[in-house]
Design a binder for this molecule. Sequence first.
Ligand SMILES: [Fe+2]
Ligand SMILES: [Fe+2]
Length: 301
Amino acid sequence: MGAPIDQARDRALLSELAEPAAALFERHLGATKQWYPFEDVPWAHATEFSRDEWDEGAYPLSDGVRSALLVNLLTEDNLPYYTNALLKWAPKDHPLRDWSGRWTAEEWRHSAAMRDWILATKALNPWELEDARMVQMTTGIVPEAPTIAETIAYVSLQELATQVAHRNTGQALDRTLRGKKIMSQIAGDEGLHHAFYRDLAAAAIERDPSYMVVAIYRQLRGFRMPGTGIPSFAAHERIIAEAGIFDASQYLHQVVLPTLAAWRLDELEGLTDEAQRARVKISRTVSALARIARATEPSPV
Ligand SMILES: [Fe+2]
Ligand SMILES: [Fe+2]
């Protein structure tokens, strides 16, 4: 799978995706709902900070939920780099540019809502949060795929993974201070983003199936969540998984399998030898993920 990148083929695919991208953007505008990130922040609960004031008792939460809030927010904070990665594939006259503008605007309200809520509730230590944001955004590490084909394969998985992580984080919060509601609004946006990219990828599969199957395999085999530049990311990932907010089993059953099912790769005919090999390797990757998921699932009592 180490074949050189076929730039001409990738450009041709990008141009063939103009029509479905425009249609999917229209569909998104019809489905999305305007919401205001400040409305559910419990402002009356907020008090000023002083260095010795914050303590864990200000808003008691488990380590897993705190790690999830930190990782989810810092991931959203890195938005300028995601926009940059997407705009690279969106020439001025391409509908993907219109989409990326809207998508950027929607993504920003996620960090706005989460940060305001976290500061008002004192759910996280704000100095640690800000220090970590400075490190992550200064480094600007984000997963970047080498082609449009791999980019849309990656973001299809990533948006759904983010939806699951936000939704489960919200489930762990209480209703009174409306954290549950904010996280569920954000998860709703992520679900629509996933639908856009998943169906754009499906349109790409229709147009160039062999090229897309290889691209999907390349992204699936090394998938990482976008927060890899967050300080102590691996430790946070472990704590979040142990808390049942986002673990290997959820990644397999709620992200990978539904996305692959929507693409119906098994039904594709006339694939090149390389693409057929990639399709087999996709199945093997899924089996490997299933073994990891089983190994990390808590044993029944
Ligand atoms: Fe987001
Ligand atoms: Fe998103």
